[in-house]
Structures are given as structure tokens and as C-alpha cells.
Design a protein around this ligand. Structure first.
Ligand code: UD1
Ligand code: CA
Length: 456
């Protein structure tokens, strides 16, 4: 184990969320709050982590798996009791425990790293991160002695009027030296208004024992915001959103209207791409340079190259290469690959298909389970008939085929390269290279019929 370990409290019930889901699994910026905290601790240099689980332990454990050890707090008897449950996981550990809460999704790894470095440099036994809040209601208040050193923390419910007036609050983030932390935790009693074992009592005990206790004020009070309710969740979401969009704009992406743009933290966007309003970009979406996306696009796990222009499109789990234009009103479904220079016009759906370089799907077309070559022109209203009610079948269209309007390609079927398909055809048999395929009833004209009908 390295000399810094993150200890993350995530056992509480989160009653005020009124949710079936454990609080720390609620998402901010598309990522579970606890995951944000884990990522921030990694960025701060804490490779080893212990997450304290309790309420909804199974679900939380599943999320944490492979990233951290867990310690079970079967009964939630307070934050001090919670940290004590890591004693076994941290047996033999000498170094610093960085205590974090799983419900603070806005933590910044760089700030945590500076906090840890300040703690180490001061050679204190424990350091608490504090913040100055205009409205400190609900938080523990920092009590300092005449020299300005931290000598304790008093919870709101235990505070005198004078203490309640203190605006410096406990963020719930600490660096505490081990194994000293466990020695002191074992002496804590639930002698307070809430009848809980308070982690905060550690500081008072260390101070009284003549140990050095530090307090570092953070300038970024947003960062330490703890989420207890859905309202606070929405505030965190909006702070996170602003941060993500600011970062993208700083890196050279134009966001036309941040107020109507929703981009998850995981999304990557290249330089000089423009994002138009009412656009949602989610999951592992990656967009290249010089693209124009939106208005009204939703992309989930979309990999897109450079110089694409896409509007009014819902795309998910698919790949769009370079210089593709698409929209309006397009649905690109999973396992689709759209090659360079493809043009997709209005009302087109593509599913589980490959569309070759420079191919055009201009209007009202459904391409499912197909391999469409390059330079193909699919006329208006072409349909791949991929489903027979039991199984899906593939359609293959070779390079440079010209498929007339309103054609049904009944799969499994292959239309080879350099063919023409007559408009209105229902193609049920393969069409060989260079052929014209027509599959429709022959037209017949009945002379004078209309006139007779009118005069009847
Ligand atoms: C705690 C601090 C308070 C600080 C505030 C910052 C104590 C006694 N008080 O108060 O000084 O200002 O955080 O947000 O520490 N948890 C467990 N097991 C438990 C109890 C809590 O895992 O038995 C977890 C919760 O899931 C949560 C975190 O600990 O992630 C904080 O608990 P919470 O009850 O929210 O503490 P606060 O009252 O906010
Ligand atoms: Ca809290």
C-alpha cells in the first residue's frame, strides 16, 4: 500500500433523497457521485482506496468492484464508527488516510492533492479542509483557539448560539495519520445530541493530547458541496455542467448556447467543432475537429470523425467517420458504421449496417442489417426488408449501385456492383454485376377508360 489511502464514506441511507437507489449512486454529469469521488481521489494520488458501504451495500459494492476495497458498516452509528470499520482493511498501514464522503461529486483532484501536500508539509497529525460559507446552517463549525489553530469541530445540533455564528465549516474532508487515527477513534463516545460516534471528535482529542491539528480553507466552496436532496442534486448538476462546458470552450470548442447544451464529463470533442443548441452528448461519445453538431442532436456512445455536419439526429452506439452530412430527422442505431463523405438526408434510419464511402441515402429510407458499398445512391423510400417475423437477414449492395426510388430489397439478397434497380421494385433475387434489376408489375394503359367512367 502506498503512503496515501482514500477512505470514502458511503454507508449512509440518504433519507432526504427519497429514493430506492443508494444516494451515492445517483448521477451527476452522467456519472455516479461515488465514481466522481473515486476519480478525484485517484487524481489526488490515492491509488489505494477503501469505500465504507452499508445502506444498499450490494449495489454500491458492484459499482466499486475492481476500483477499491470495501468495508461494511452494518449499522450506521455515525461517521466515526464508519471510519473505524476500515481498521481491518488498513491493518498495518502507516501513512495518511484521506477521508472523503461519497456524496460530494464536485471534488477536484488537483485541490485534494494540494490539500494532502499542505498536510504533509505541516507534519500535523490531522488536517481538516474547511470552507467559509455565508450560510453555514447544517454543517459542523470549526473551532479555533487563540492562536488560530483548529481545536475542534462542533455539529450544528450541539452548537451554542455563539458557535452557530461561526462561518468556517467542516467540509468533511480530512487527512489523518494512521495508525494514530484508529487509536483515537476507539476512544470516541456517542455523547452528543444525535447519539452518534462523530468522526469530528478526533480533532478535539488530538488537540487535547498536544498533537498538531491543521485547518486548510478551500477557496472553492462549490467543490465540497454535499448532496442530500434532489434539489441539491440539481444544483450540483448545473455546476458540473458549467464546468464541463467551460472546459470544452477553453479547449477550442464553440458551444452556441450553454443553457441548452448537455454534455457528460466523459465526452471528448475536437478543436473548432461547433455545438448548436438543444444537444445532448452522452457516454463514450467522441467527436472530432471541425464538426457542426445540432441543433437538436442526441448522441450516446458515438464515435465521430472530423468535419461532419449533423443536425436533428439521434445516434447511439455507432460510428460516423469523416465529412459526413446527416439530418434532419435521422436515427442511427447500434453497430452502424457510416464511412467518409456519406450524405444522409431526412427521415432515414440505419441499423447494424455498414455504409460505404460517398454513398447517398437522401430521403425516407430504412437500412437494416446491410452492407452498402461505396458510391451507392439509394433513391427516396428504399427499404431493406430484413425481418421475416422470425429472423433477421442481411442485404448486400455493391459499389456504385443505383437503387431506384421506393425499392424493397427483400433479404437475404445481394445487389452486385454497378447495377441499376428500377424504381418501385421488390427485389427478391440477387442482381448480378452490371445488370438492371426490375421487379414490379408491368404497366398497362386502358384507352378512354377515364372518360367512360366520368360519363357513367
Ligand atoms: C458531516 C460532519 C459535519 C460536516 C458535514 C460535511 C460529522 C459528525 N459531521 O455531517 O461536521 O460539516 O459532514 O458535509 O462527521 N456516513 C456513513 N455512516 C454513518 C454516517 C454517515 O457512512 O454511520 C456517511 C454518509 O453516507 C455520508 C457521510 O458519511 O456520505 C456524511 O454523513 P452525514 O450524515 O451526511 O453527515 P453530516 O450530518 O452531513
Ligand atoms: Ca452530509
Amino acid at each position: 500500500m502506498s503512503s496515501l489511502v482514500a477512505v470514502i464514506l458511503a454507508a449512509g441511507k440518504g433519507t432526504r433523497m427519497r429514493s430506492k437507489l443508494p444516494k451515492v449512486l445517483h448521477k451527476v454529469g452522467g456519472k455516479a457521485m461515488l465514481q466522481h469521488v473515486i476519480d478525484a481521489s485517484t487524481a489526488a494520488g490515492a491509488d489505494d482506496k477503501v469505500v465504507i458501504i452499508g445502506h444498499g451495500a450490494e449495489l454500491v459494492e458492484e459499482m466499486v468492484a475492481g476500483q477499491a476495497k470495501t468495508a461494511l458498516q452494518a449499522e450506521q452509528l455515525g461517521t466515526g464508527h464508519a471510519v473505524l470499520q476500515t481498521k481491518e482493511a488498513l491493518s498495518g498501514f502507516t501513512g495518511t488516510a484521506m477521508i472523503l464522503c461519497g456524496d460530494t461529486p464536485l471534488l477536484d483532484g488537483e485541490e485534494l492533492k494540494k490539500f494532502y501536500e499542505a498536510h504533509k508539509a505541516s507534519s500535523a497529525s490531522a488536517t481538516v479542509m474547511t470552507a467559509i460559507m455565508d450560510n453555514p446552517t447544517g454543517y459542523g463549525r470549526i473551532i479555533r483557539d487563540n492562536n488560530g489553530d483548529v481545536c475542534g469541530i462542533v455539529e450544528q445540533k450541539d452548537a451554542t448560539e455563539e458557535q452557530k455564528a461561526v462561518k468556517e465549516i467542516n467540509t468533511g474532508i480530512y487527512c489523518i495519520e494512521c495508525p494514530l487515527m484508529f487509536e483515537v477513534l476507539e476512544t470516541i463516545t456517542p455523547n452528543n445530541a444525535q447519539g452518534e460516534y462523530y468522526l469530528t471528535d478526533i480533532l478535539d482529542k488530538l488537540y487535547s493530547a498536544g498533537k498538531k491539528v491543521g485547518g486548510v480553507v478551500t477557496a472553492d466552496s462549490d467543490m465540497v458541496m454535499g448532496i442530500n436532496s434532489r434539489k441539491q442534486l440539481s444544483v450540483a448538476e448545473s455546476v458540473m455542467r458549467t464546468r464541463i462546458l467551460d472546459k470544452l470552450m477553453d479547449s477550442g470548442v464553440t458551444i452556441m448556447d450553454p443553457a441548452s447544451t448537455f454534455i457528460e464529463a466523459s465526452v471528448k470533442i475536437g478543436q473548432d467543432t461547433i455545438i448548436y443548441p438543444y444537444t445532448w452528448l452522452e457516454g463514450n461519445t467522441e467527436i472530432g475537429e471541425d464538426c457542426e453538431v445540432g441543433p437538436n442532436c442526441r448522441f450516446t456512445n458515438v464515435k465521430m470523425g472530423n468535419a461532419c455536419k449533423i443536425q436533428f439526429t439521434y445516434a447511439h452506439d455507432c460510428e460516423v467517420k469523416n465529412n459526413v452530412t446527416a439530418g434532419p430527422y435521422i436515427h442511427l442505431r447500434p453497430d452502424t458504421v457510416i464511412s467518409d463523405n456519406v450524405k444522409i438526408g431526412n427521415f432515414v434510419e440505419v441499423k447494424n449496417s455498414n455504409v460505404g464511402v460517398g454513398t447517398k441515402l437522401p430521403h425516407l429510407t430504412y437500412i437494416g442489417d446491410s452492407d452498402i458499398g461505396s458510391g451507392v445512391n439509394m433513391g427516396c423510400g428504399c427499404i431493406t426488408v430484413n425481418y421475416d417475423g422470425k429472423k433477421k437477414h442481411r442485404t448486400v449492395v455493391g459499389d456504385n449501385a443505383f437503387v431506384g426510388c421506393n425499392t424493397n430489397l427483400v433479404a437475404p439478397v445481394t445487389v452486385e456492383a454497378n447495377t441499376y434497380i428500377g424504381a418501385g421494385s421488390t427485389i427478391t433475387k440477387d442482381v448480378p454485376e452490371n445488370a438492371l434489376g426490375i421487379g414490379r408489375a408491368k404497366q398497362k394503359n386502358i384507352e378512354g377508360w377515364a372518360e367512360n367512367y366520368r360519363n357513367k
